[in-house]
Design a binder for this molecule. Structure first.
Ligand code: PLP
Length: 380
């Protein structure tokens, strides 16, 4: 077992341009967006705060005060934080406009949110997916009433085709990524994600000292940071986590401006396997992030299995692949004495991680669980 508490990160970076400013952040994503997102979403049928689970066993092992895990596997029936973003944006866009068609390109969870949102407001929905999106994910979006269009090539290609066809047909794109002159919808999705922080601010009396945030294009991380700027009294250290071959936030932070990475190997953490930081999130991340850490896929199965088998907490947690890097990076940062010291992680620390998805792709989850279980058996 000891082996599992001795993980190594791939790379670690400190942001030399760190300068957290609530004002600047809330200029990028104004408070009225955040307040409206919470007002609207908390009225949705079936709305409940997702659990803030204490990973007591992990916290004890690492010598911290608390490690809180925001369990988004319980977010409506969609099992991911993305339910807060795309569906909310659809609702805002479709307001008073019946019979409209919305479209998006997706790695899975965002498309599911848009499909669900379109179904709720009675809009038509067209979803573009790349070759890398599983049939399980495609099927779930079809089940929510969307037409799913598979595009040859990667995510970028699916987005290009989505843009081209939507322009020709007059469909409204509801994308979670920003580009030149396309910022309003991505801002809405980010505002939706900030609801997680609004909830957390009422779920614990402890001041959070550290937040580990996964990033793909950076929307979730920047949405959460906006929530922190608005709702938290004290600002925690903010650490962004990425897959080692898709570390576009880390590269951009190092470089001091947006930098695209050439993904040599797609990560198993599909939602985070992104080559470029989105424009609006970057304006927030560039100064608000203290550190970046990148992690390898090789720790994903065992971490997923350990979360399910109550190795970190008293309760079993169903954590999809993108939910594992929070645990992986905390363990690996604590395994490196210099980094642990630099991050000031100690017995007073109250660390927050986001369990951003559950078993959103059941086939993949079962496969990873099996691999993780075999590894655990071999090493126990
Ligand atoms: C399922 C899933 N998709 C996507 C992302 C990335 O979000 P974003 O692209 O907004 O950074 C995450 C977490 O970071 C995730 O868990």
């Amino acid at each position: 077992m000891k082996k599992y508490f001795d993980l190594k990160f791939s790379e670690f970076t400190t942001n030399k341009n760190f300068n957290f400013s609530r004002k600047k952040i809330l200029n990028v994503l104004p408070e009225k967006y955040l307040l409206d997102a919470h007002k609207v979403i908390s009225k949705w049928k079936g709305y409940k705060k997702t659990p803030l689970t204490n990973l007591k066993k992990l916290s004890k092992k690492l010598g911290t005060n608390n490690i809180f895990y925001k369990d988004e596997s319980k977010r409506f029936n969609l099992k991911s934080f993305k339910a807060l973003g795309g569906a909310y944006a659809v609702e805002k866009i479709a307001k008073n406009k019946k019979k409209m068609t919305v479209s998006t390109a997706t790695a899975g969870n965002h498309g599911k949110s848009v499909s669900w949102g379109a179904k709720k407001v009675g809009a038509n929905c067209k979803i573009f997916i790349s070759e890398n999106v599983s049939t399980t994910r495609a099927f779930e979006m079809k089940n929510l009433g969307a037409e799913v269009i598979r595009v040859k090539g990667n995510y970028e290609k699916s987005l290009k085709v989505c843009k081209d066809i939507s322009k020709r047909k007059g469909w409204k794109i509801v994308q979670d990524v920003a580009w030149k002159n396309y910022e309003y919808v991505p801002k809405l999705t980010m505002a939706g994600y900030s609801v997680m922080i609004k909830e957390i601010s009422n779920q614990t009396k402890h001041y959070i000292t550290h937040v580990f945030l996964q990033a793909g294009v950076g929307g979730m991380a920047a949405g959460v940071i906006s929530g922190i700027a608005k709702y938290f009294k004290k600002i925690p250290k903010i650490i962004v986590i990425e897959p080692e071959h898709a570390n576009c936030v880390m590269q951009s932070i190092r470089y001091g401006s947006l930098k695209k990475v050439n993904i040599k190997k797609q990560s198993i953490m599909g939602g985070m396997s992104c080559a470029e930081v989105s424009l609006v999130p970057w304006r927030i991340l560039k100064n608000a992030v203290n550190n970046c850490v990148s992690v390898s896929d090789k720790y994903v199965p065992q971490t997923l299995t350990m979360l399910a088998k109550k190795k970190f907490s008293d309760k079993s947690i169903i954590a999809g692949e993108c939910s594992t890097p929070g645990v992986i990076s905390i363990i690996s940062c604590c395994s490196d004495p210099l980094v642990k010291k630099k991050l000031e992680i100690n017995e007073k620390s109250n660390i927050l991680i986001i369990g951003c998805e559950g078993d959103t792709d059941k086939n993949l989850y079962n496969k990873l669980y099996k691999i993780g279980n075999q590894k655990l058996k071999k090493n126990d």
